[in-house]
Design a protein around this ligand. Structure first.
Ligand code: TYM
Length: 340
């Protein structure tokens, strides 16, 4: 893995918003891939608290959520001694580079962002300005380190294309052709878009009002089993190959979740369960989900008993992150012509 032009050493960056509970979509779409990558490349895994406040957050809940996301990263297997785990607001280079990118990105580009349209809803005039320029801060997160690869779920693809456009425009406008790498999205595995358990056409999301739509990383075994049992399905048995899932969004979603948790392909899952009724399949899925997630939740809870230790880990991560980002930001300021 090297950057598209081969001039930048591989470096992985990704992040998650500390807004409410992390869920199975965050885990299968992102964290699982982060863990795989950490065996091969240097990685920075960030808790993007500045992105979180683009929509109002209660300060106490935000603080709890930052620590709980940090605990989830570590409990899932990210090694904060080897890799860099930190929260965004502790490294001022993110905000500073984002300002430069506010001046590089075009309003027309931002107007095309589907996530802004979804989040702002009908009342766009009342959305925060931060929500509109959110993708510029995301580009800054990645490019403050000249990161080359960004493991995310499918829903972040458009934001990453914008980050590439920003990098490209900066390099061209300032006549510094290879200054920023064009970061590559790394969207992989059978569950890049985990759907709601209540409606197979909607993404599994923290903001869905129904808690039955998602499995949270804080759910216990009973809650997981109940949610899987109540998950919407159709009356047909499972097909024996993936083509038979067409037009059956809920069935397809449960098969993808199973495949991702078992580290198998959908093909393999259907070879085993083709012809089975959902009652049988859900029982197996529930056992698999419980055996994967409950140890993670237990470890998260254990870590959260010592918030001071989490804060020390984050402070140490931020210090290491600053050491990489600060010289890059200085170069950017030189390139744009600031006097210092
Ligand atoms: P966020 O916090 O919404 O989600 C964190 C990660 O989880 C993935 N994800 C999903 N994957 C599969 N199925 C789902 N239902 C699902 N829901 C969420 C997301 O794709 C993401 O990878 N803008 C980002 C955070 C961010 C970031 C960055 C990411 C800020 N700066 C720089 C990468 C690099 C976000 O809101 O993710």
């Amino acid at each position: 893995m090297a950057s598209a032009d081969g001039t930048h050493p591989p470096l992985v960056f990704s992040g998650m918003q500390p807004t409410g509970n992390l869920h199975l979509g965050n885990y299968l779409g992102a964290i699982r891939n982060w863990i795989r990558l950490q065996n091969q490349y240097p990685c920075l895994y960030c808790i993007v608290d500045m992105h979180a406040i683009t929509v109002f957050q209660d300060p106490k809940e935000l603080r709890d959520s930052i620590r709980s996301v940090a605990a989830a990263y570590i409990a899932a297997g990210i090694d904060p001694a080897e890799h860099i785990v930190f929260n965004q607001s502790q490294v001022s280079a993110h905000a500073e580079l984002a300002w430069v990118f506010n001046c590089v990105a075009r309003i027309g580009w931002l107007n095309r962002m589907t996530q802004f349209k979804e989040k702002a809803g009908k009342n766009r005039e009342n959305a925060s300005a931060g929500l509109f320029v959110y993708p510029n801060l995301m580009a800054a997160d990645i490019l403050a380190y000249k990161a080359t690869h960004v493991p995310v779920g499918e829903d972040q693809k458009q934001h990453l294309e914008l980050a590439r456009d920003i990098a490209q425009k900066f390099n061209t406008d300032y006549g510094v052709p290879d200054f920023f790498p064009l970061p590559e999205p790394f969207i992989t595995g059978p569950a890049t878009r985990v759907m709601s358990l209540r409606d197979g056409t909607q993404k599994m999301s923290k903001s869905d009002p129904s808690d039955y739509s998602r499995i949270n990383l804080t759910d216990d075994a009973d809650a997981i089993a109940l949610k899987v049992r109540k998950a919407r399905t159709d009356p047909e048995p499972l097909p024996s190959e993936p083509a038979g899932l067409e037009g059956r969004a809920e069935a397809e979603n449960l098969v993808s979740i199973f495949a991702a948790l078992a580290d198998k392909s959908a093909d393999d899952v259907l070879t085993e369960y083709g012809g089975a009724q959902f009652s049988e399949f859900k029982k197996a899925l529930s056992e698999l989900a419980v055996s994967t997630l409950v140890p993670l939740t237990d470890e998260m809870n254990r870590l959260l008993k010592d918030p001071a230790e989490i804060d020390r880990t984050l402070a140490h991560g931020a210090e290491r992150a600053r050491a990489i980002a600060a010289p890059i930001l200085r170069e950017v300021y030189d390139v744009v012509g600031f006097v210092r």
